[in-house]
Design a protein. Structure first.
Lengths: 106, 170, 650
């Protein structure tokens, strides 16, 4: 049994910070693509959480990794569709600045 | 690998992840922000490897750092505001968002540090073969659903992104 | 003994039949027949009922009652229940009233056939008249206060409908309103009195309440025993003040002359206005339990009699003379009751019904023939309308109280009662009682004076207006009731004469079978009456007006004061009408600004809130996402650190 200096909580802290950073980016950036970048960071933070838990709680069960695989898959699909949407917005509004896409206002 | 080395590697990987993450989010130059994403994602892959999920680390590099980042770059370049004045990178709610994000982080970190986790640091047994087998046996359904999801995403992305007939191709 | 309620039910049936079949002008001519048949039957039954009571040696009362609504007492608290009954009470008092009402009604309806002939609302007239007959007959046989109140309001309604018969005329519509509203003031007090009395006595029923009051078993809930009874009696009396046009609620009766003359004769002379007198008689046990209330009744009666008589002297509208005369005579009846004698008051009511109805019908004939109400435009009608003039003379002399007509005996009974009243003497002293008696005697003089004036100006002397010289006599259908009433007015004294052993008084069970008698009062009233007639004839006989040229300031001042009805109508107008209008302006302002302000304010508030809340709808997705994140952080915090649990089962 290996004694490790790195504890589960360290990974969780890193994931939490990464998530916060990603959230800040998604909420604050004015360019649509930059928002999507923030979303990707958040997804990565979640993945990190999953793997950390897998490793430290019960490495013999594979749910953790499988879940991460699925998440990566979904992230890829989401990025594809999201970016297609951004292209469409660019075509219709002439800009991808999120502030300016506010026809829901009122 | 000795514990000290492991700790050092962890520290480096974590620092890379967090610093480049901050750069992604904070950089005014869009392409640079996209490029900063690369070390971030690679850092996460490194952390996966440190945790013993080698297959996942590889996948992370392939898909995330490879495909998704590329896609982001493509779209960035396709949607340039040519001649547009340099506008602010962040909107007016940056202050509030900072507070909110900090709050989320604080809560989560607090829980993470204080909770009494029931842990077992057993040697990993999972190899790539095991994962493959699990995907086709126990987790067949999610696997297939994910495939369908990918298919629909492909079709959807094509439909959404293609230009209308007569419209100038962007 | 058959059901007593059939008597009022007959005119009610007539009402329904007329409304169903005979309202249209084409078929309206059959309407009076229905009513007259009903009234003849009612009269026959009333006479039979009265005869039955007369022949009963004890003149006992018969009561037939039915429970209308019984609310059981609360079991838990023992709070008293409530039982509402409907019943018919037949005793000497109600028997007399039944006969009087149905007889006078019948004669007046016969008269109306001729008087209302050709009028567009012929059917409507008889419909309302039958409704009134039903209401009045029901009123006099009511066996409990609540039932009486219901019929009380019904006669008020019929009065309103009939005063406003010529509703297209503004003055008639206003008069109807005035009548209803003024009597309303009285009715409010009346209702409060009823409720207070029956709450304290535990029942609405007359006979039961009488036992309770006389057995000292009332449970007063404010003041002491005697003060309570006095207040209740006065409250009940306020209803009578309104309905019988006593001061200060007398102002509606002269205006009520806007209605057709038979209406004035029936409702505002013979029957409805007598309902107040009947009420006091019926509730006499309450008044007797409180000496003070009786004195108040007497004083108001005396003052009203005087007030109205003075105003009658200067009226030129023939119906107004009779209206004020009615008010004055009603005051007499109240005076008699207040002095302690139900028999005297009711006797005067009976004789008054006959000769006042007669006088009104004569006035109607004269108005019909001459086309005007103003006496000074008439004159010399005695020549062409002999029957009318003769019967009118009989009526006038009866009203003036000339022997041997009925009015002489009834007026004598009233004055004698006042002169020898122990109650009045006890309360006001001999001086006070004599003051009331003096007022009564002065009224005798005035009454004779103005009646002679009326007859002289209308019937005697030459015709003043060439056009009216040829006014013709009325048809027999109108003369027949006049003659019958004149006969009754002439012979009515026999009811209470030594020859019949004071039958009337004995019937009513008056302790005064010995009958109050003060000889000098008889001679005094007779003398004053003759004096009044003589002086009036001297001034107005032969159709002249020998006082027309008097210009002395004192006399003119008095004349002015009296002619303006002692300024009472103006007083009411200023106080009530203007006061109410001022108050209503305030309320209107409150409604417009405060109440509307609330409503408008609510709308404004909603708008403002909406505009303010709308600021959240920025259309900026990142704002929404921020809110989400913040909320999630808060929830996470609560879950993690505040012990909030998401578990459904605690």
């Amino acid at each position: 049994m290996m004694v490790s200096h790195v504890q589960l909580s360290h990974y969780l802290v890193v994931a939490a910070l990464l998530f916060a950073i990603g959230a800040f980016g998604a909420l604050t950036r004015r360019n649509a693509v930059a928002v999507l970048m923030g979303v990707e960071l958040m997804l990565n933070a979640a993945n990190l959480n999953f793997v950390a838990f897998w490793r430290y709680v019960d490495p013999t069960r594979l749910e953790g990794q499988i879940f991460v695989l699925i998440i990566i898959t979904v992230a890829a699909a989401e990025a594809a569709v999201g970016l297609a949407l951004v292209l469409n917005i660019y075509r219709n509004f002439g800009t991808v600045e999120v502030d300016r896409v506010n026809t829901l206002k009122g | 690998m000795t514990p000290v080395v492991e700790l050092a590697l962890f520290a480096i990987a974590a620092a890379v992840v967090l610093v480049s993450g901050a750069a992604v989010v904070g950089s005014r130059h869009l392409v640079r922000a996209a490029f900063w994403l690369l070390p971030c994602l690679l850092g996460v892959a490194g952390l996966f490897a440190l945790l013993g999920a080698y297959f996942l680390a590889a996948i992370q590099v392939l898909i995330y750092a490879g495909a998704i980042m590329l896609l982001l770059l493509f779209v960035l370049l396709l949607t340039r505001d040519i001649g547009a004045p340099a506008a602010a990178a962040h909107n007016r709610q940056a202050g509030w968002a900072l507070i909110a994000a900090a709050l989320v982080a604080a809560v989560t970190i607090g829980v993470a540090l204080r909770a009494p986790w029931r842990l077992a640091l057993a040697p990993t047994r999972a190899g790539t073969g095991d994962i493959g087998e699990a995907l086709l046996r126990t987790y067949l359904l999610p696997f297939e659903v994910a495939s369908v999801l990918l298919l629909s995403a492909i079709i959807g992305a094509i439909v959404i992104a293609r230009s209308e007939p007569g419209e100038p191709r962007s | 003994m058959p059901a007593i309620w059939i008597i009022p039910a007959l005119p009610l049936a007539a009402f329904l039949i007329i409304c169903a079949l005979f309202l249209r002008p084409a078929r309206a001519r059959f309407a009076p027949l229905v009513l007259i048949v009903a009234l003849v039957a009612a009269l026959a039954l009333s006479l039979a009922a009265a005869a039955g009571r007369w022949h009963d040696p004890t003149h006992a009362a018969i009561e037939q009652r039915v429970t209308w609504l019984a609310i059981a007492p609360a079991v838990a608290t023992g709070a008293g229940g409530l039982t509402l009954e409907v019943g018919a009470l037949l005793d000497p008092l109600s028997a007399i009233m039944l006969v009087v009402v149905s007889l006078v009604s019948l004669l007046i309806q016969i008269y109306s056939i001729g008087y209302m002939h050709g009028d567009r609302g012929y059917g409507r007239y008889f419909a309302f008249m039958s409704l009134f007959s039903f209401s009045m007959l029901g009123l006099v046989i009511a066996s409990n206060f609540l039932e009486l109140y219901v019929f009380w309001e019904l006669v008020g309604l019929c009065s309103y409908l009939l005063i406003g018969y010529y509703y297209q005329t503004t003055s008639a519509a206003n008069a109807a309103k005035k009548a209803f509203i003024v009597t309303r003031f009285g009715d409010v007090g009346f209702l409060i009195g009823i409720i207070a009395l029956s709450y304290a006595g535990g029942t609405f029923n007359f006979i039961e309440l009488r036992h309770v009051v006389e057995g000292n078993q009332l449970v007063p809930f404010f003041f002491g025993q005697s003060a309570f009874v006095t207040v209740v009696a006065l409250l009940i009396f306020s209803g009578a003040v309104g309905k019988s046009a006593q001061f200060p609620l007398h102002v509606w009766l002269p205006d009520a002359m806007e209605g057709p003359t038979p209406v004035s004769a029936l409702i505002h002379a013979a029957t409805m206005v007598a309902a107040g007198v009947y009420l006091v008689a019926r509730a006499f046990f309450v008044f007797q339990a409180s000496g003070a209330a009786l004195v108040v009744v007497a004083c108001i009666g005396a003052f009203t009699a005087f007030l109205a008589a003075t105003i009658a002297v200067v009226q030129s509208d023939i119906k107004r003379v009779l209206a004020y005369s009615t008010i004055s005579q009603l005051g007499y009846m109240m005076l008699a009751l207040g002095a302690g004698s139900v028999a005297a008051g009711i006797f005067h009511l009976t004789t008054h019904a006959c000769f006042k109805a007669l006088l009104f019908l004569c006035a109607g004939s004269v108005i019909h023939a001459a086309g005007t109400n103003d006496m000074w435009e008439m004159g010399g009608l005695g020549r062409t309308m002999k029957w009318t003039a003769a019967t009118a003379a009989v009526g006038a002399l009866a009203l003036a109280g000339i022997w041997p007509l009925s009015g002489f005996y009834s007026k004598d009974a009233v004055l004698a009662t006042v002169a020898t009243s122990p109650g009045l003497e006890a309360a006001l002293g001999v001086g006070g009682r004599d003051l009331l008696l003096g007022a009564g005697l002065v009224v005798v003089l005035l009454t004779a004076f103005y009646m002679t004036r009326m007859w002289a100006v209308t019937f005697s002397g030459p015709a003043r207006d060439a056009k009216r010289k040829h006014a013709h006599e009325s048809p027999w259908v109108m003369l027949f009731p006049l003659v019958v009433l004149a006969a009754l007015a002439a012979t009515g004294g026999l009811l209470n004469h030594a020859a019949t052993g004071m039958a009337f008084n004995r019937f009513l069970g008056a302790h005064e079978a010995h009958a109050a008698h003060a000889a000098w009062v008889v001679w005094a009233s007779l003398g004053l009456a003759l004096l009044g007639i003589a002086s009036s004839w001297a001034i107005y006989g032969g159709g002249r007006n020998r006082v027309a040229g008097i210009a002395s300031p004192g006399a003119l001042a008095v004349y002015h004061f009296v002619q303006h009805k002692w300024w009472m109508d103006d007083f009411y107008h200023g106080l009530v009408a203007r006061g109410v209008l001022a108050a209503s302006r305030i309320f209107a302002w409150v409604d417009r600004h405060v109440v509307n302000g609330f409503v408008d304010g609510a709308g404004w508030l909603t708008g403002v809130a909406g505009r303010w809340l709308r600021q959240a709808e920025t259309g900026q997705l990142q704002l929404y996402a921020l809110v989400l994140l913040a909320a999630a952080a808060v929830i996470g915090f609560a879950l993690a650190y505040l012990g909030v649990s998401l578990a459904v089962v605690p």
